[in-house]
Write a protein that binds this ligand. Structure first.
Ligand SMILES: C[S@@+](CC[C@H](N)C(=O)[O-])C[C@H]1O[C@@H](n2cnc3c(N)ncnc32)[C@H](O)[C@@H]1O
Length: 291
């Protein structure tokens, strides 16, 4: 297809799908549809019903440019600049991890704890360590109108993205954003500590998709030799930063459940520790509840 001639939506999608499939993208048709929708400012349903119509002329150059970026395995969310998480739209840049659907399970766990352990109008103090785009912290602030949430990250660039997202979702006044090594600079003790910290082990790193290895920030993903360096350090810091009756909710990686559970029991000898599964049935979260 000549690069400067916009064709029908069907043809444009076929062209892009073939290029993305050849580049090794896992979901080439879906990616092509998302990129075209963003470029043309339409919903996906529109593409299905209007396949024979021309791609809007003004959308075509950008679509070509975006398909070329996706061919280099740049994540779709970095190209479009946003990603949905917990039914909310979050700005993302290459400074932050693209929020993953499995991380929504952490939000569910915290909301369940909040409902069972705190009265509806009670102020709950929450910390989200390694907040990245702020997805977890902001989803919690949005669903818990009486919560005060401190979002921490070692990356200033990530905190800037989180700040924008907090503003976008109208929760900025109940949040503080702090540049910190884990909990070092957490300003107050909290009721619930939640964290999705880097947990990719060194030997797993070379096996990850190019979207992750070459585009997402390594410091958002890599967790040392066996992947548990940051989780281990956080669990050492956590007891001193929890209020009485507090809880810790941590995302874990494949194969980490037994060791993470052991570390949690060592950090909280009097606490109740359990491992929870995500919707795919994989061990995904360690939850500690203190007396
Ligand atoms: C796996 S990402 C999670 C981002 C976000 N919470 C999410 O679930 O989409 C981990 C985050 O931890 C941050 N991080 C890495 N090391 C850290 C440290 N020592 N202290 C604080 N944050 C750290 C990274 O910058 C990154 O934003």
């Amino acid at each position: 297809m000549a690069d400067n001639v916009p064709r029908s939506i069907q043809e444009a999608l076929l062209w892009a799908t073939e290029r993305l499939a050849a580049a090794g993208c896992e979901t080439p048709r879906l990616d092509a549809e998302i990129l075209l929708c963003e470029c043309a400012g339409v919903e996906r349903a529109f593409l299905l019903g209007h396949g024979t119509e021309c791609v809007p002329a003004e959308a075509w150059p950008r679509f070509q440019e975006w398909v070329a970026r996706r061919e280099k395995r740049e994540p779709v969310a970095y190209i479009t600049g946003h990603r949905e998480f917990y039914g909310m739209d979050f700005a993302v840049t290459p400074a932050v991890l693209v929020p993953r659907p499995e991380t929504e399970h952490l939000v569910d766990e915290v909301l369940a704890l909040a409902q069972t352990r705190y009265r509806a109008a009670q102020t709950i103090l929450i910390a989200d360590a390694g907040t990245g785009s702020g997805a977890i912290a902001i989803a919690l602030a949005a669903h818990l109108p009486h919560a005060q949430v401190c979002a921490l990250d070692s990356s200033r660039e990530a905190l800037e993205v989180a700040w924008r997202n907090a503003h976008r979702h109208g929760v900025r006044d109940r949040m503080c954003l702090v540049q910190s090594d884990l909990l070092e600079r957490l300003p107050w003790a909290v009721d619930i500590l939640v964290a999705n910290l880097p947990y990719v082990a060194d030997e797993e790193w070379p096996t990850l998709a190019p979207e992750i290895r070459f585009h997402e920030p390594a410091q958002a993903l890599r967790g040392g030799a066996n992947g548990l360096d940051l989780i281990r350090r956080l669990l050492r810091q956590a007891p001193a930063r929890l209020r009485p009756g507090g809880a810790v909710v941590l995302e874990i990686g494949a194969g980490h459940a037994a060791e993470a559970e052991r570390l949690a029991r060592a950090a909280f000898p009097g606490g109740h520790v359990r491992v929870g599964q995500d919707y795919a049935g994989l061990d995904r979260v360690v939850v500690v509840q203190t007396p």
